[in-house]
Design a protein around this ligand. Structure first.
Ligand SMILES: Cc1cc2nc3c(=O)[nH]c(=O)nc-3n(C[C@H](O)[C@H](O)[C@H](O)COP(=O)(O)OP(=O)(O)OC[C@H]3O[C@@H](n4cnc5c(N)ncnc54)[C@H](O)[C@@H]3O)c2cc1C
Length: 471
C-alpha cells in the first residue's frame, strides 16, 4: 500500500507517521520549504520566530500528542510552562492560570472575591478528563451519521457527557452563579484562543476542553522549529519520504499532479488541505462531488501577527492582553524561552504576537488601506507591549495579515485556527474524514471540530482508527 499525504501541517505529519505504522509506504508532500503549516517558523538574523502556533498541549498519556509520541516511541524536548498563560484583563487585573488547582483557585479568588469558583472549575476538569477518555474510545468521530452518534450510548460510562453537547458554556456559568461581566471577559479570552469562539457559542463539552487547555502547557525546545525538526527526523528515520516545495494542484482517481508537472500515485490519499481549497484540487464531476460534501459558507478567523526580537528576560512566556479596543480586543504574546539560545542570542527573546481578525476584510482593501491598517494595528499592539513589558532593542519587526497566511500556508483567505464546533451544530452532520471516494480522506483543523495541534493530531488518530477498522 502506498499512502500519499498532501500537506505537512500537524495533521499531515501525524497522519504520515500513523500510515507508516500501519505498514504503508508513505510520501508526505508539502508546498512550503519548511514543515508545520500554521505551526511553522522562519528565521531573521539570529532569531527563529514561530509563525503561528507557539504553545503545545495535550501531552498527557490519554491525550492526542501523548498518544502519538507513545506510538512513535520518542518525544520532543519541551519546557513545561507554569503558569500556562497569564491573563491581563482590561481593568488591569492580572490572573495567572497555574497548573495546580489550588493555585489557580487562589488567583481567581484574589481577582473575584465575591464569586464561588470551585464547583464550576471542578466540573470543567471532570468533563475535560472524561471527554478525552470518550474521544480516545471513539473511532468514528467526527460523526457522519446518526448511528455513529448513537454509538456513544454503547460507551455506558460516558453517556452522561452527551447532554453537555446541548448546553451552552454561558448557561453553565449562569448555573454556577458566575455571571460577572469581567469574569466573562476572562472566560471568553481563554475560549477564543483554545476553542475559537465565545461562551455563548460553545457547547459546554467543547467549552470545558477549551477552559482546561492552559492547565497543561509546554514550549518545545527550539520553538516550533525544534518540534518540526523532531518530526522531520523521525519521519525520515522511519522511511517516510518527504517532498518539499511541491504543491499538488490536481487529483484524479489515484493520480496527483503538482503545479510543476510531477505526478504521484497513491493507493490511499490523505489531504491535509483546508476546507475551502479542497474543491480546487478536483475537476469536472469530481469537483461537483466533493463540493456536495463541503459547506463553503463556513468561515474561520484570520490572524494578525507581529514578530520581533528584543532584549528581555520574561519568564511568563505566554500572556493574553485584553485591550477592549475596537481594532484589537485582545492579543496573545509568546516569548521564546530565556534559556533557549537556539532561538535568540543570550539576553534576547524572539516574540510572536497574534490577534484574531476578520480574514476576508484584508482581501477587500485596496493597497493603500491595507498598508495603513497594517501599520495602525502594528503600532497599537507594539506601543502597548513595549510599555507593559519594558522591552528594549527591538529587532526585525515584521507584521503578518491573513494575506501573509494565505501566501505561506496556502489556506484560502488566510482562514486559520480551524472550524469551531459551535452550539447548535448537528453532532452527526460534521463533515468528517471521508470524501466521496473510498481511498481519499481529509484531515486537519477544518475537518476535526477542534483547533490547534492537539485537535489535528486527535483527528489523525481518529482517521487512523477508522482505517484500521476497515482492514
Ligand atoms: C496565529 C496562530 C496562533 C496559533 N496558536 C496555536 C497554539 O499556540 N497552539 C496550538 O496548538 N495551535 C495554535 N494555532 C492553531 C494551529 O496552528 C493549527 O490549528 C494547526 O497547526 C493546523 O494544522 P493543520 O495540519 O490542520 O493545517 P496547516 O497547519 O494549515 O497545514 C497544512 C499544510 O498543507 C500545506 N498545503 C496546503 N495545500 C497544499 C497543496 N495543495 N500541496 C502541498 N501542500 C499543501 C500547507 O503549506 C501547510 O503546510 C494557531 C494558529 C495561528 C494561525
Amino acid at each position: 500500500m502506498k499512502t500519499i499525504v498532501v500537506g505537512a501541517g500537524g495533521g499531515g505529519i501525524s497522519s504520515a507517521i500513523l500510515a507508516r505504522k500501519r505498514g504503508h509506504e508513505v510520501c508526505l508532500i508539502e508546498a512550503h520549504e519548511n514543515l508545520g503549516g500554521c505551526a511553522s517558523w522562519f528565521k531573521r538574523g539570529s532569531f527563529i520566530f514561530d509563525a503561528g502556533a507557539t504553545t503545545l498541549s495535550g501531552l498527557k498519556s490519554q491525550q492526542p500528542l501523548g498518544k502519538l509520541f507513545s506510538l512513535m516511541g520518542k518525544k520532543p524536548s519541551v519546557y513545561p510552562q507554569d503558569p500556562g498563560i497569564v491573563f491581563h484583563l482590561s481593568s488591569g487585573k492580572k490572573i495567572s492560570y497555574y497548573q495546580d488547582f489550588e493555585k489557580w483557585m487562589f488567583e481567581l479568588e484574589k481577582a473575584f472575591p465575591s464569586l464561588n469558583h470551585r464547583p464550576f472549575w471542578k466540573k470543567v476538569y471532570k468533563i475535560n478528563d472524561e471527554a478525552w477518555g470518550l474521544l480516545s474510545k471513539l473511532s468514528n468521530f467526527p460523526f457522519q451519521k446518526p448511528e455513529d452518534f448513537l454509538g456513544v450510548f454503547k460507551l455506558i460510562p460516558h453517556t452522561h457527557l452527551l447532554p453537555y453537547l446541548f448546553i451552552s458554556t454561558d448557561l453553565m456559568l449562569k448555573r454556577y452563579g458566575l455571571e460577572h461581566p469581567e469574569y466573562l471577559e476572562l472566560i471568553n479570552g481563554i475560549l477564543l484562543i483554545s476553542a475559537q469562539a465565545h461562551a455563548d457559542q460553545l457547547p459546554f463539552l467543547i467549552g470545558a476542553l477549551g477552559l482546561a487547555y492552559p492547565q497543561d502547557t509546554y514550549v518545545p525546545v527550539g520553538g516550533m522549529k525544534g518540534l518540526m525538526d523532531f518530526f522531520e527526523s523521525s519521519c525520515t528515520e522511519s522511511g517516510i519520504e518527504i517532498i518539499k516545495k511541491t504543491k499538488i494542484s490536481n487529483i484524479s482517481k489515484h493520480k496527483l499532479s503538482s503545479t510543476s508537472g510531477e505526478e504521484f500515485y497513491g493507493d490511499e490519499i490523505i489531504l491535509n488541505v483546508d476546507h475551502w481549497n479542497l474543491p480546487n484540487l478536483f475537476e469536472g464531476p469530481d469537483k461537483v462531488r466533493i463540493n456536495q460534501k463541503l459547506d463553503e459558507k463556513k468561515e474561520a478567523w484570520g490572524a494578525f501577527t507581529l514578530y520581533f526580537g528584543c532584549r528581555s528576560q520574561i519568564a511568563e512566556l505566554y500572556q493574553q492582553i485584553h485591550l477592549n479596543h475596537p481594532d484589537v480586543k485582545n492579543y496573545f504574546i509568546s516569548f521564546s524561552h530565556p534559556e533557549d539560545i537556539s532561538r535568540a542570542p543570550a539576553g534576547f527573546q524572539a516574540v510572536t504576537i497574534s490577534t484574531h481578525t476578520q480574514a476576508r476584510d484584508w482581501f477587500e482593501m485596496d493597497k493603500e488601506t491595507y498598508q495603513a491598517n497594517k501599520k495602525r494595528i502594528q503600532n497599537l499592539i507594539l506601543k502597548d507591549c513595549l510599555e507593559r513589558f519594558q522591552l528594549e532593542d527591538i529587532k526585525f519587526l515584521t507584521a503578518g495579515t491573513p494575506r501573509s497566511f494565505e501566501r505561506f500556508t496556502h489556506r484560502r483567505y488566510g482562514f486559520v485556527g480551524g472550524l469551531p464546533f459551535l452550539f447548535g451544530m448537528n453532532p452527526w452532520k460534521l463533515e468528517g474524514h471521508m470524501t466521496p471516494w473510498k481511498h481519499i480522506h481529509k484531515i486537519g483543523d477544518t475537518t476535526f471540530p477542534g483547533q490547534g495541534l492537539v485537535g489535528v493530531v486527535a483527528g489523525a488518530l481518529s482517521l487512523d482508527a477508522e482505517l484500521k477498522k476497515e482492514l
